[in-house]
Design a binder for this molecule. Structure first.
Ligand SMILES: [Cu+2]
Length: 229
């Protein structure tokens, strides 16, 4: 009898622990959005031969226009909650490493972006903006860090005129946001409870949005499916 009780107590404790894990994932007063973005088409990856600065850049550039991972998950999609303002103020950082922009899509709140050059070669920052002033500046190897202002919400394409294959995106979004991983998933925490609009953007597949109800202390799942072109 005593044994049975002990086993029962253990199960109750385990169940309690599991429930705490799920409900405890959000911040006090807010909830968590777990977004899952899928793509119905095939991955699009271009490969280019490189014959410049090969000691830093390698001999082949891989340009992932549409990255598709496990379960048709779409990589590098920006998921944002425009109505959830100002909770993360950490400075966004974009690095030029191996003649690539890392990360491929950097997400930031309107404000300052730190741009690094960890390659020890000349790069050039060239942005294509409409809402923000365009930037076109050399970043020589001795200039390890530059700081630029992007104060208006916009998805900004960024290239390097020294290495024609280098392509990245700066997502300047007014609310909380995340970028999907290789399997198309991202989590956004501390989202204020209530009705929220969720937007998803991808550099070649466009935009979609959905309304969700965020509950304090809970995980709200939202799924998107971008259509193949
Ligand atoms: Cu470059």
């Amino acid at each position: 009898m005593r044994r049975t009780l002990t086993a029962g107590t253990a199960i109750a404790l385990m169940t309690g622990a599991a429930m705490w894990f799920v409900t405890g994932a959000g911040a006090p007063g807010g909830g968590t959005i777990e977004a899952d973005v899928k793509y119905t088409g095939a991955a699009q990856v271009e490969k280019l031969k490189v014959n410049k600065d090969t000691e830093k850049c390698g001999t082949e550039a891989v340009i992932e226009k549409v990255g598709v991972g496990g379960n048709k998950g779409l990589a590098n999609a920006v998921v944002s909650v425009p109505g959830a303002k100002g909770a993360t103020k950490a400075k966004a950082v974009l690095d030029q490493h191996g003649c690539k922009f890392v990360p491929h899509v950097v997400v930031m709140q309107p404000g300052e972006l730190e741009i690094k050059n960890s390659d020890d070669i000349l790069h050039n920052i060239h942005t294509y903006s409409t809402a923000n002033p365009s930037i076109n500046k050399a970043q020589p190897k001795f200039k390890k860090t530059m700081t630029e202002k992007l104060e208006k919400p916009e998805f900004v394409k960024i290239t390097c005129d020294v290495h024609s294959w280098m392509l990245g995106w700066v997502a300047v979004v007014p609310g909380l946001a995340g970028v999907t991983d290789k399997d198309g998933v991202t989590k956004i925490e501390n989202v204020p409870a209530g009705k929220q609009k969720i937007e998803v953007w991808h550099e070649t597949l466009g935009k979609q949005e959905k309304d969700v109800e965020v509950k304090a202390g809970q995980v709200t799942k939202v799924s998107f499916e971008m259509k193949g072109k």
